[in-house]
Design a protein around this ligand. Structure first.
Ligand code: FAD
Length: 293
């Protein structure tokens, strides 16, 4: 049995948020020892292009955890990507997660990198030894004409140099396990991490489900109906639901779990506390006793 990966995602604080909030998040995650922490990259006009590299550097140098920097393509030209790669070199990132990126209404794409695979090929040409990660969609990307077409695009992405995939969030493990079978049948052999986003807020679940077309199964619907107006209970039910999802996925032998922390270190710690022995059982690292609270 292979050792499953456990990784986390954080995002740079919004421009008007106090800059220290990311340190609070990272301090709150200290001791969890994930295999890596990935840092998202904004596509908005007001996004700070240096934030991802700066936070990745902090994760790597100050917290001693491998950092993965997201990088989006559709509004960038080669110069912007080259600058980002230089910043990521300086930050000592373990990998770049190459993305097309979210579309921003009213903003015209640069027309240089249309798809994540174009960015992956370019990064591969500029940094032959850098590990390149990519995104995948268990329930099919919302813009794809069919699951088969989306899978073919994923195969092209992997052939362009992507050596590790991280999935979009999903709430029903059956959707991910079915996707995994289809990906393997399509000849995609790279590790595929399952993306889990804990339920903490009804509005956010409904919004994400609308934007990402992530199906809300009956079990999640019941939780939202019962505790949608009671944030504290919803958070508890969400921690239990995510922990059960992870336990089931690890039991099925998945390559890894990527937890969308949403910068909520408390929820992330609680989930890790619930599942860490499942990872330990199959050989993964354990949180040092000194850091257990
Ligand atoms: P692509 O792989 O390019 O796919 C987008 C669409 O194009 C799909 O429908 C696909 O089928 C189609 N397609 C792909 N290749 C081809 C081709 N060769 N020919 C024709 N069609 C093709 N967004 C951000 O802005 N910042 C982030 O940091 C960020 N991080 C993310 C992390 C993860 C793990 C995930 C799952 C998503 C993330 N996103 C992020 C959101 C992501 O940018 C959006 O989902 C976006 O719509 C698609 O990006 P992609 O890289 O998957 O695109």
């Amino acid at each position: 049995m292979h050792e499953p990966i456990f990784s986390l995602e954080v995002f740079p604080p919004k421009r008007d948020a106090p800059v220290g909030t990311i340190y609070d998040t990272l301090d709150g995650l200290e001791g969890l020892m994930p295999d890596f922490i990935s840092v998202t990259y904004g596509t908005g006009r007001r996004s700070d292009r240096t934030a991802t590299a700066r936070i990745a550097k902090t994760i790597h140098t100050e917290y001693g955890i491998p950092a993965v920097a997201h990088l989006t393509a559709q509004y960038a030209d080669r110069e912007v990507i080259d600058q980002a790669l230089d910043m990521f070199d300086d930050a000592g990132v373990a990998a770049v997660l190459a993305l097309r990126g979210d579309s921003v209404e009213g903003r015209e794409p640069a027309g240089v990198f249309d798809h994540a695979s174009d960015l992956a090929s370019y990064i591969r040409s500029r940094r032959p030894n850098l590990s390149i990660y990519g995104a995948c969609y268990p329930e099919t990307h919302p813009e794809a004409a069919s699951p088969e077409e989306d899978m073919e695009h994923l195969r092209i992405k992997v052939d362009s140099g992507v050596d590790h995939l991280v999935s979009q969030l999903f709430y029903d493990n059956a959707d991910f396990l079915d996707f995994l079978d289809r990906a393997r049948a399509a000849g995609i052999q790279v590790p595929i991490e399952a993306g889990i986003m804990p339920i903490t807020n009804e509005g956010q679940v409904r919004h994400m489900s609308e934007v990402c077309k992530a199906r809300i199964p009956a079990a999640v619907e019941s939780i939202l109906e019962r505790w949608g107006d009671d944030r504290a209970s919803l958070r508890e039910a969400g921690i239990i639901y995510a922990s059960q999802q992870i336990a089931d996925l690890v039991a099925h032998g998945v390559d890894g779990i990527h937890l969308y922390s949403m910068n909520h270190s408390g929820v992330t710690r609680r989930i890790w506390h619930n599942v860490r022995h499942l990872f330990h059982q199959v050989g993964a690292k354990e949180e040092p006793v000194s850091s257990q609270k």
